[in-house]
Design a protein around this ligand. Structure first.
Ligand code: HPA
Ligand code: ZN
Length: 326
């Protein structure tokens, strides 16, 4: 079998997808019209032209602007459903989906509206598309820990509709330890914990995500390769990294896909996975990430199978469900 067919066909789990980052320009314009929201872009093409990023912050500014069209429960459902259709087409069997409630509650959208819309799509994706799904609530790290606590409080009535918490947005200047207390509370509540660390930030942020926040996975984590002791820790404790190659390329974390360190992370024995991050903004969903990365780096079928196995191992599925995917 040709490698591209293997990459497309193999069942995989996606563990690093921001649902607001799956909002395609066409849907942004359709929702803007439906909701009477004015956009600072004249057309879909005009908006797409703005997708020329130099770093994480240059992306986040446009990503938060795009999310401003989401107002009603149906909007959140429609966004998530569009993602699930793309995921199913890429043979994604399981997805653990980030959402950013503060982006919405700050605009007066109720937590209930956000979670109910997303959760309804997650529930339907299993029987209708063959994609099992769960939600992970992310705190925005450029906001205060107090704001994160208030967000957690607002979400607790819907505790059974999400499985864990994450940490995203502007990394530099906002180290994980800023959120020590709220993550400790989430741990007491039995929530899973993940955090973006080592995307643009230093290995020290990966260490504090592990040791202070006690996260179970690191999102991105590609800067870990600069610290041999950290690499040893990640390998020994089998802490997964949810790597996002096209994101790293588009946000200039790597100069080219050929220079991406995914292969080196695998060679070091890390539980690395491939994910799309914000596919509507970075030029591709899961299979596009696999295809372009393998074409550029020369990774082979052995690594494809390893990445697929890693994606289920790294998931928060229970042991029986993991076995069913082996
Ligand atoms: N990094 C940090 N925050 C984000 C990202 C990312 O890659 N995507 C959406 N929010
Ligand atoms: Zn991300």
């Amino acid at each position: 079998e040709r490698l591209p067919e293997l990459l497309r066909r193999m069942p995989k789990a996606e563990l690093h997808i921001h649902i607001e980052g799956s909002l395609e320009p066409e849907l942004i314009f359709a929702l803007a019209q439906r909701n009477g929201v004015a956009l600072p872009y004249a057309s879909v093409e005009d908006l797409r032209k703005a997708y020329a990023f130099t770093n994480l912050q240059s992306f986040l500014d446009i990503y938060y602007a795009g999310a401003s069209v989401l107002l009603k429960e149906q909007d959140f459902y429609d966004m998530a459903w569009a993602y699930f259709e793309r995921a199913a087409a890429d043979n994604v069997a399981h997805a653990e989906i980030f959402f950013d409630p503060q982006t919405h509650t700050a605009r007066g959208v109720a937590m209930e509206t956000v979670i109910n819309g997303l959760h309804r799509a997650c529930v339907e994706a299993g029987p209708k598309l063959g994609v099992s799904a769960a939600l992970i609530l992310c705190f925005l790290r450029h906001l205060s820990e107090e704001d994160a606590f208030a967000t957690l409080e607002q979400a607790l009535p819907f505790r059974d509709q999400f499985i864990g918490v994450g940490l995203d947005s502007s990394e530099l200047g906002h180290p994980p330890e800023k959120f020590a207390r709220v993550f400790a509370r989430c741990r007491e509540l039995g929530l899973h914990r993940v955090a973006h660390a080592g995307e643009e930030g230093p290995p020290a942020y990966v260490w504090s995500a592990l040791d202070v926040l006690k996260v179970e996975r690191i999102d991105h984590g590609v800067q870990s390769a600069k610290d041999p002791a950290l690499m040893q820790r990640l390998a020994q404790d089998r802490i997964p990294l949810t790597v996002c190659p096209l994101s790293n390329l588009k946000l200039c974390v790597v100069p080219s896909l050929a220079q991406h360190n995914l292969g080196a992370l695998l060679d070091a024995g890390l539980v690395a996975t491939v994910n799309s991050d914000d596919p509507a903004y970075f030029g591709g969903y899961m299979n596009e990430n696999f295809l372009q990365t393998f074409a550029a780096t020369g990774l082979a079928a052995r690594q494809a199978w390893q990445l697929a196995a890693n994606s289920f191992e790294a998931s928060f599925l229970d042991a029986a469900a993991k076995r069913a995917h082996q």
